[in-house]
Design a protein around this ligand. Structure first.
Ligand code: 6CS
Length: 338
């Protein structure tokens, strides 16, 4: 073999190595519904960190607003413009009706240990939901909680009567509308971007969200009373575009699964004490805002409304919804025993 041939073979090999490396080092786009320092953003940062530490891939993060509203980022993920999307069932419920099960009031436990154990081990999340998401072109990677939901209003809230004729902004899913109707309010589904202005102009008089979000988005500036009625914990989900995920080799699929697990563990830990810290910040920023947790007696009429919402869920989703609900209840019973 001549010197020239050896040189030619060596540079071809180098080029092959380089081009293979270049082809493997992809840039993945990941959008979510919150700011970079809010819960979904903290989750996304951890996911990015894990992917980039364990591969040559890069993850580009798109926080709320950079690519539009929740509905927009879902469309972009379904069409493959985005590889990853974090969206709450509050919005996905319009696309996958069974995902609305997370809005049956008083279904999820208030106890954090039980709640986390449910999200870690739920068969419904691991085995039943993925095929429903797959039908919409989505690979469900995980679901995780974002904190107990509180209702913020302009007038004090102690009973369903206090919600009479009160327009409460909800995320755009039919079961959430059903819930607030059952609670005695006038539900008003709106994208997030219209909420602050709607409260400011009194088009709506209340909304619901976890404490960290009430604090970070300054909902306490446009509503005066924060009430915990114990009805729900905010659930969200990370998904990948299914064609993108299916086309990856096993190594990259495992990389994504491992990064998801690391981000999941991180976000549960990150949220320890977050509700209390957020409420303290709200109190400091605006001491006149009331923060109330309803007594068991005061909660009772809201809890009584849950049966009606559960029935509406079954009416909307039929046998598949019933299967999901039954499995969720079995998973929750298992979580309560741990
Ligand atoms: O209420 C909403 O629309 C928003 N709430 C939270 C906690 N995250 C994103 C979502 O868009």
């Amino acid at each position: 073999m001549s010197f020239k041939t050896i040189l030619g073979a060596a540079s071809a090999a180098a080029l092959l190595t380089f081009s293979t490396g270049a082809a493997l080092a992809d840039t993945w786009r990941y959008a979510f519904e919150e700011a970079i320092d809010e819960v979904q953003g903290v989750f996304a940062q951890k996911f990015k960190e894990e992917i980039e530490a364990n591969s040559d891939h890069e993850v580009q993060l798109f926080p709320y607003g950079t690519l539009g509203e929740s509905a927009d980022i879902m469309e972009q993920a379904q069409s493959g413009i985005l590889q990853f999307v974090n969206q709450s069932p509050g919005f996905t419920g319009a696309l996958i009706p069974e995902a609305q099960v997370f809005f049956v009031p008083y279904l999820l436990p208030q106890d954090t240990g039980q709640l986390n154990s449910f999200f870690r081990n739920s068969q419904a999340i691991r085995e039943l939901f993925p095929e429903l998401y797959a039908e919409q072109g989505l690979e469900l990677l995980t679901m995780y909680p974002e904190g107990e939901v509180a209702i913020t209003t302009k007038a004090p809230l102690r009973s369903p009567e206090d919600l009479n004729e009160v327009k409460i902004r909800v995320m755009t899913n039919p079961l959430l509308v059903e819930s607030y109707r059952a609670f005695g309010a006038t539900p008003t589904p709106l994208p997030w971007g219209e909420t602050y202005g709607g409260l400011q102009t009194n088009i709506i008089q209340g909304q619901e969200n976890p404490a960290f979000f009430i604090e970070s988005t300054k909902m306490y500036e446009v509503t005066d009373h924060i009430t915990f009625i114990g009805h729900n914990n905010f659930t969200t989900a990370l998904m990948a575009n299914k064609d993108f995920f299916d086309d990856l080799d096993e190594g990259d699929q495992d990389l994504i699964r491992n990064a998801t697990q690391a981000a999941f563990d991180h976000i549960l830990e990150y949220q320890e004490g977050l509700t209390e810290e957020s409420l303290d910040k709200i109190h400091e920023a605006r001491p006149e805002v009331t923060i109330t947790t309803l007594s068991e007696e005061e909660r009772a009429p809201f809890e009584a409304a849950a049966a009606q919402v559960e029935a509406a869920f079954i009416e909307m989703t039929g046998e598949r919804g019933q299967e999901i609900l039954d499995q969720m209840k079995a998973d929750l019973a298992a979580a309560s025993e741990q």
